[in-house]
Design a protein around this ligand. Structure first.
Ligand code: ADP
Ligand code: MG
Length: 444
């Protein structure tokens, strides 16, 4: 059987060294035109931001629901040197041959294509933020930057937010905005990164990824409440999630599956949920979830609570016109409830009891929301068979990654078992990461 392929994270000094060396190679000392050369070239500074993995609460962010990401130890590094003009020069080790040069005044939605949109988009969005709050977009000056990363690309672990957020804390620092110093400021940086992704890169994703990369804390999961209009500071709560102390490990399985034609699926799910909420006369499906959970909470014991909640949900589903929307709504409502239940277990110091909630989440995403894939189903089943306490797909689905909660000493055996199951099923080799809840974006 094939051995599991592990994707190691880089210690911060290793990542910082790599990106500094790449910077020196990309922009040799005599190439600092536009730089502040009067008293020598300005210094190169290094920043990093993590990818993330969501523990539970999938396809809930755009339904004003709850999700529970952690920051990965895998980070994207950016070496950045400020300029006095408005020129931005970009290179990435992950995009050889696709260096980019432009001017900040030319950056706008629709004006930048390719990976540079994620970076230039953050500068643009922060400029927009300054304009909207009585400042000037010209506070943001140009910069030369080089990127390198150990976050798996396009694996549902949010390399895109890691890129945006590393740049966001970098621009924040060199422009002296001071936003990264407070949680409220980090929420502002996250909002800028979300605008960069939605409006400049053109990816209509929810806000979980950027909030996770900027606002998670080591040893904690981030409970993110996605209700619109909530003060961003009140929308997050740090939930202690010290896996190692409980003898547990969280294994991430990057299926490396590539599926065509998935773009329209995300928009379709979103549209179905919005239409269902409108049919029910609600602003969003969170309102239904809250009323279903409240119906259960009125009852005494666990069985009565479950029965009352199920009855309230069934009554709402009866008002929907078709089976597909009934199943989509059932996923969203039960997933929000599972997220609350999982957080309650963590608060009670019972991390080793959350497995069944993860299993139920996977079944709901596979059967009701229909966003799983063969590779994800093989991964979670093989992981459970090999001793995982629970396993589920994570992220948007149709490929990407799965997670398995395992007794720490079983992590490598479970990974080998999953690698073997992929080989027997004729699937390409997956990658494996250990998801220790890690630090948010910052300077290195
Ligand atoms: P995910 O966020 O799940 O990894 P996405 O499709 O959202 O997948 O983001 C991947 C895209 O983000 C890449 O195609 C690229 O455009 C950009 N990107 C992410 N990391 C980097 C990087 N280190 N260098 C250049 N571009 C990157
Ligand atoms: Mg992404």
């Amino acid at each position: 059987a094939p051995a599991a392929q592990w994707v190691e994270s880089w210690p911060d000094d290793v990542g910082a060294d790599r990106v500094r060396q790449a910077f020196a190679a990309a922009y040799p000392a005599d190439g600092t035109e536009g730089g502040d050369e009067a008293d020598g070239a300005p210094e190169v500074r290094v920043y990093a931001a993590p990818g993330r993995v969501n523990i539970i609460g999938e396809h809930t962010d755009y339904n004003a629901g709850l999700c529970l990401p952690i920051a990965l130890p895998h980070r994207t590094y950016v070496a950045l040197r400020p300029r006095t003009d408005s020129v931005v020069r970009l290179a990435s080790a992950q995009e050889p041959g696709a260096a980019w040069t432009g001017r900040l005044e030319d950056v706008a939605p629709g004006a930048v294509t390719g990976w540079a949109a994620y970076v230039a988009g953050v500068a643009w969005a922060l400029g927009q933020h300054l304009e909207a709050t009585g400042g000037s977009a010209e506070t943001i000056r140009g910069f030369d930057a080089v990127v390198d990363s150990c976050v798996p690309y396009g694996a549902g672990l949010s390399s895109s937010a890691a890129l945006e957020c590393s740049v966001a804390v970098g621009i924040d620092d060199v422009a002296g905005l001071g936003l990264a110093a407070t949680d409220a400021g980090r929420a502002t940086l996250a909002a800028a990164a979300i605008r960069a992704e939605n409006e400049v890169a053109g990816a209509p994703t929810g806000g979980m990824d950027q909030s996770a990369s900027l606002r998670c804390a080591a040893g904690h999961a981030l409970l993110l409440d996605c209700r619109p209009g909530l003060d961003p500071v009140d929308a997050v709560e740090q939930i202690p999630f010290d896996l190692a102390a409980e003898g547990l490990a969280l294994l991430v399985i990057d299926t490396r599956a590539e599926h065509a034609l998935v773009d329209g699926q995300y928009a379709q799910r979103r549209a179905t949920c919005e239409a269902a909420a409108a049919t029910l006369g609600l602003a969003n499906l969170r309102e239904l979830a809250d009323s279903v959970i409240a119906a259960g909470a009125a009852e005494g014991d666990a069985a009565a609570r479950e029965a009352a909640a199920a009855e309230a949900l069934a009554a709402a589903l009866d008002r929907l016109p078709d089976d597909v929307s009934r199943r989509r709504v059932r996923h969203v409502v039960t997933e929000i409830a599972r997220t609350q239940d999982l957080v309650s277990l963590l608060r009670a110091g019972r991390a080793s009891d959350v497995g069944p909630l993860m299993d139920a989440s996977h079944a709901s995403l596979r059967d009701d929301y229909e966003v799983s894939a063969t590779e994800l189903d093989v991964a979670v089943e093989a992981a459970r068979d090999a001793g995982a306490l629970g396993a589920r797909m994570t992220g948007g689905g149709f490929g990407g990654s799965a997670i398995a909660l395992v007794p720490a000493e079983r992590a490598s055996a479970v990974a080998d078992a999953v690698a073997g199951a992929f080989a027997r099923a004729g699937l390409g080799a997956p990658g494996f990461l250990l998801a220790v809840p890690s630090a948010p974006a910052g300077a290195c």
